[in-house]
Design a binder for this molecule. Structure first.
Ligand SMILES: Cc1cc2nc3c(=O)[nH]c(=O)nc-3n(C[C@H](O)[C@H](O)[C@H](O)COP(=O)(O)O)c2cc1C
Length: 366
């Protein structure tokens, strides 16, 4: 049987060896936005995971858009040079293609790293003024954001464009907009966090306006040959929040704006919201988006085993799957999935002797 998970896929002009994607994962380890040796080791390792593509963690388009003091950014020449060094290493070290997620944290910026508590930065930890569609905090005791005014819209939109231009110069294979997890774009989309009375608030079409303006501005500088996608929210998982119907409508709009794929995630718009604890909890929403919006779809969330990933793709629920924690647990997840599903993964020449022959030989002798 041929594996659906290990069949190639094309996004714009980019050919991926399989449908496995390493989900973007913040490392909270950068120096004023600049990648360093941690990222060299971490991303170099994932370049050999067997995944067709690795998406680099949320990389923030302006300094005040970072989640934590340790988050990656792409807002200075130093940031660009540092990430170029890491990507050059990954190209030499492994087989995966590399995309980058560009992001703005909105009212969830100015936070502690998860291992420092994950809450808002305390007054002695150099906090900064956050921005959001409305002056509503993320949760109890969180920073009060300032509502965006006209010049913020222009600055943030331009910052997304400039970060995309830097990503192009660095040589990434794909660009992904972070429109989920309660960060700035999601804050505009969700009626929970957007209470604006102007043309950027109210009905869904108005709440989509700013994220769509950013998407179109970025698309204008990213060549058609390069995939541009977005990670969106399938559900806020709270009464009165975004629903799968909204996610379908937003996906259709982003397709009209020229995007090549949608990655379906969910949750994170307020501190008390909780995602369902069920395996593959976003897959049913991805299935609807794939069918109703007619755009290449990826999904993520508690996908852990190869058979589970294979079923999601084979049953047409999504075109690609992304894994985060399972990849940290087993950074050769793709190799091991290929073994289970009787498929092949590309391997660098240095590691070829660990290929299928090892296992067939060992099994014959066992
Ligand atoms: C350490 C860590 C960092 C993360 N950072 C990001 C990020 O930068 N951007 C993003 O969209 N999601 C981020 N996420 C969410 C994951 O990409 C993924 O959507 C989530 O963990 C669910 O997938 P999983 O069940 O395979 O872990 C992060 C998750 C983890 C565990």
């Amino acid at each position: 049987m041929t594996s659906a998970l290990f069949s190639p896929i094309r996004l714009a002009d980019l050919e991926l060896a399989n449908r496995i994607v390493v989900s973007p994962m913040c490392q909270y380890s950068a120096d004023d936005g600049s990648a360093n040796d941690w990222h060299l080791g971490h991303l170099g390792m994932l370049a050999n995971s067997g995944a067709g593509m690795v998406i680099v963690e949320a990389t923030h388009v302006e300094r005040l858009g970072r989640i934590t003091h340790g988050c990656l950014g792409l807002y200075t020449d130093d940031n660009e040079a540092a990430l170029a060094r890491v990507l050059a290493h990954c190209r030499r070290a492994g087989t995966a293609k590399f995309g980058i997620q560009i992001a703005h944290a909105g009212r969830k910026a100015s936070s502690q790293r998860p291992w420092e508590g994950g809450g808002p930065l305390k007054p002695d930890a150099d906090p900064w003024q956050t921005i959001a569609p409305s002056a509503l905090p993320f949760g109890e005791n969180w920073h009060m954001p300032r509502a965006l005014v006209a010049e913020d819209f222009t600055r943030v939109r331009n910052a997304f464009v400039q970060a995309a231009e830097r990503a192009l110069r660095i040589g990434f294979d794909a660009i992904e907009l972070h429109y989920a997890h309660g960060y700035l774009a999601h804050e505009f989309l969700s009626p929970i966090s957007n209470r604006r009375k102007d043309e950027y608030g109210g009905p869904l079409a108005a709440r989509m306006r700013f994220p769509r303006e950013v998407a179109r501005a970025v698309r204008a500088v990213v060549p058609k040959s390069m995939p541009l996608g977005a990670r969106i929210t399938g559900s806020d998982w709270i009464e009165g929040g975004l629903t799968p119907d909204d996610a379908v409508a937003f996906s259709k709009a982003l397709k009209d704006d020229g995007l090549d794929y949608i990655d379906v995630s969910s949750g994170g718009v307020i501190a008390t919201a909780r995602n369902p604890p069920t395996p593959g909890y976003n897959a049913p929403i991805a299935e609807r988006i794939k069918r109703e919006a007619g755009i290449a779809t990826r999904t993520v969330g508690l996908i852990v085993t190869p058979s589970q990933a294979e079923a999601i793709v084979a049953e047409g629920k999504a075109d690609m799957i992304a894994l985060a924690r399972a990849m940290l647990d087993d950074p050769r997840w793709g190799w091991h999935a290929a073994r289970d599903l009787d498929a092949e993964v590309p391997r660098v020449p240095q590691y070829q002797r660990a290929g299928p022959k090892l296992w067939s030989g060992a099994l014959k002798r066992a």
